[in-house]
Design a protein around this ligand. Structure first.
Ligand SMILES: Cc1cc2nc3c(=O)[nH]c(=O)nc-3n(C[C@H](O)[C@H](O)[C@H](O)COP(=O)(O)O)c2cc1C
Length: 172
């Protein structure tokens, strides 16, 4: 798929085929490309958890205030900030800004790569970080910043539309 087409095709998917598994080689192929994302100083302060166990996905749904499509998808990817990695190079600015931007770039790469491979995702940011950390037994070094359910879309979501370009740009 062409990049332009992939970008246009990406929409948040919240209904997944529960009986259509996503094999490890597909997840690996998505992540191999996603980790090409840029990061400040190429520090790559991220850890990605590949969550398949139904009990863990149920706990993630609970942590995300009942967003049940997380448990419905066969895989959930949880993107975490590796705090030590960013702190040791960039201190507070790394922790408060770069690591957020770095993991956001990684997350967007995951979303686009998944579409390119015929899969659907949704970027989930509304969740209780403590509950998510408990669900995955994360160390204090890891801060979960995005949960990404991954699976084959069961429905084609409606286009959410966007603000007009003129409204969001300032030309000199
Ligand atoms: C930082 C961030 C957090 C988000 N959190 C959630 C979420 O918790 N639950 C959800 O259903 N969608 C969530 N979304 C998806 C947005 O609602 C969605 O991207 C937006 O409505 C545009 O729709 P589209 O992705 O289909 O183009 C989040 C997106 C971003 C970028």
């Amino acid at each position: 798929m062409e990049l332009k087409e992939t970008i246009k095709k990406r929409k948040s998917v919240r209904h997944f085929h529960e009986d259509k598994p996503v094999d490890d080689s597909t997840v690996r192929a998505i992540l191999e490309l996603a980790i090409r994302a840029p990061s400040a100083g190429n520090v790559q302060p991220w850890i990605i958890h590949v969550v398949r166990k139904p009990e863990s996905r149920n706990l993630l749904t609970e942590a995300a205030h009942g967003q049940s499509f997380i448990a419905q998808a066969p895989v959930a990817l949880v993107v975490c900030i590796d705090k030590e990695r960013t702190l040791s190079t960039y201190g507070q600015r790394g922790l408060e800004l770069y690591s957020i931007q770095d993991t956001a770039a990684l997350t967007e790469h995951i979303l686009l790569t998944a579409v390119d491979m015929g899969l659907g995702t949704c970027w989930v940011g509304a969740f209780d970080e403590e509950a998510c950390s408990r669900a995955l037994s994360l160390s204090r070094n890891e801060r979960p910043v995005a949960i990404i359910p991954l699976g084959y879309p069961a429905k084609d979501p409606a286009d959410r539309g966007r603000r007009r370009l003129d409204e969001v740009t300032v030309w000199d």
